[in-house]
Each structure stands twice: as C-alpha cells, then as structure tokens.
Design a protein. Sequence first.
Length: 417
Amino acid sequence: MQERHILCIDLKSFFASVECIERGLDPFTTPLVVASKRQGNGAITLAVSPFLRKQGIKGRTRLYEIPKNISYQIVPPRMKLYLEKSKEVVKIYTDFVSFEDLHIYSIDECFLDVTDYLHYFKKTDYELAIEILKTIEQKTGLTATCGIGPNLLLAKISMDLEAKKYKNGIAKWTFQDVEKKLWPITPLSKVWKIGPRLEKRLNNLGIFTMGDLAHQDPMFLKKKFGIIGQELWEHANGIDFSRIKDFEKEPKEKSFSHSQVLFKDYYNEEIYLIFREMLEVLTTRLRLQKKETQLLGLGITYSKTTGGGFYHSQKIQQATDNEEILYSLCITLFDRFYEENMPIRKVSLSLGSLKDKEGIQLNLFESFQQQQDHSKILEALDQVHERFGKNSVLKASSLLENSTIKDRNQKIGGHHE
C-alpha cells in the first residue's frame, strides 16, 4: 500500500472561537456559547468556547444541561460569518497545496495531501503542519489541531483522539501504530465513521474494541453490514485506499434524486419507514428506465431548532436496482452518522453512477428463480401503478402513522424532485 502524507486539520471550537475573536475576546479564557436565545433553556448549543470545553461542556448540549455554577455568555449563530472565515482558512491551505490536493470535509475541517510538496518546501510533514497551523493563527486568530497519517483514516483518527493532548496540537500516526494505538480503542464510536447506533450493532455481535473488529472474518462483516462491512474491517486494520482526488467533483452525470421536508420531527428508527418509501420511488424509476446504480447518497437535515445534519455517499461495488440492498446500505449510513435523538425534518436520497441494466445480478442468498419471480412481481406492480395510480396498490406499512407516501401520491401524483 502506497504511503501518502496526509494532514487532517480541524479548527478548534470554530463557531465559538470566531465569535470570541470578533469581540476581541480570548477563546481560551472566555465562557461563550453559540445558541439561539429565542428557544429558551432547552436550546441546543451549536458550539462552546475552548474555555468551556475544558470545563467538560460538550459542543452540542442543551443549555439546561450546563451546570448552574458556570456562568457564560450566549451569542446567536451567524452562519454567513462562519462561512467567510472558513473561506479565509481554505485560502491559506491553497498557499501550501493545490486545490486538487485539498478536501473540504466540513466548514471547520479539511484534509490536505502534502506528499508532493515536501520536497518543494524542504520540510517533513510534521514541520509543514507546524507552519500551516502557525499561519492560520497569525492570519485569522484561530487555533487548530492536526493529525498526520499515511492515509486519510489514520490522519483523521490521530487528529480526533491524540492531537489535542499535545501543546502544539499535532499528532502523527503510522501503520506501525495500528496495533498499539488503534486496536485498543473503545468505545467504538470514538472512531471516525462509527456512530453510536453502528456501535450498538457491533456490540451486539461481541465487538467492543477496534482490535475485536480487526480480527473478525471480513466476509462475516460483509454479510452483516453489506459493503460497509468490508470497509469496517479495512479501517480496523488501518487500511484506507481512498485518495483526496477521489473526492474531486466529477462532471455532472445523470442521477435520480428524491427529497422531502417532513410534516413533523422524526427521531431514530421512525425514519426507517421514510427511507423505505423513498427508495420504493427511486427503484421504480430505475426499473422503468432499465438502469442500475453504483452510488447511494443520504442527506439528513435536522429541525431548525437544532440546526445541522449530514450528507454522505457510498459507492456500490456491484450495480443494482435492488431495494433491499439499497435499504440496508441506507440504514448503515444512517447508523454511522446520525446523532442519537436529534429531530429530523428533511431527508434526501440520490442514486448516481447509473448503468444500463444487462440482466439479473445473481446473489448467494436467493436462487435465480426467486430473483426472476421477484423481478416480475415488481414489474407488474409498476404497470398497475402506471395505469391506475400510485395509491392503487400500497404496502401495509403505508397505512402506519409515520408514513407519508399516500399523502404525497395524492398531492403530487408521485412526482419526485
């Protein structure tokens, strides 16, 4: 495996630090919280200053959960300002690497592949990280932490778990650190791309440390978690083949997408039914146009009362139009990135990298006849819906309280975005 020199840089308590700097305050001595006062004591904080973090206050917590003996200043969020500051920092990164070697992971976090620049700057990756962090602080007043690794995974985990322990905010991991530093990690949700929900599913299988995960049979994990199972095993062994160039925006290709704003807040497993219904719409489109997909994207937007959300996509090794395969992948992505008990108000799904369907793809769990029969049933249902309307035949789950498909079919005739 080719070793790269990857930096993962995170701006410390970004929103709160920006607010402190704008007011001429020191983020490390100022107790400041970014939250909407209008929502009262139950408002969720979008960020807290580094000073409050040292007091044990987490970034996303409700105001009433902050101990009453701690006094603090509340300021409203200003997203436009944060985006401007983020752009300033990205501009600094492009003074060190070209844009094609930069991946903007979030508003406050970026990956830089500095492999081809070390000779030019005549520095090691560690020395270059020191210079970049110093430049950020000098030009913007913001402080950052940095993880260095031979791939994106180890750079990210070293930044998340170790960089904050050092005075200069920099940690470096190599492949030799996998057994010593990666395998002992528990709980699993400390690790990038393993959320609390996915952690529970792994715990139910007797997997509690990254070492436990690394020593599982990858085929067993693939059977349990689909294509993400293989990736989980690779990550537990420090393996990550992805490159920053993989994240480059490709020319716009045809894709099928579907999104909906929900009529109420959904929580946790309540959203699964919505995934089912939306995938039913999208896989119908695939069948009608004789297409299969190799890329599923899932976006979740939380309620305005809390803000935030996520969008992540996953490549699919074998092109498919199978609703069950896509649903399983959807659930696993959700379990990876969803923050427990956050109110969901919008869901977006997309199917990309479309290919022409060239026959039935065999799998190990169904006979050819079973797959052929299933395909014929779906085609017959598509014809019924086309002729008599989309509410002419519905699944029993469509009558459940959390279902939205019946109302949407009536309002827009099954039209999708």
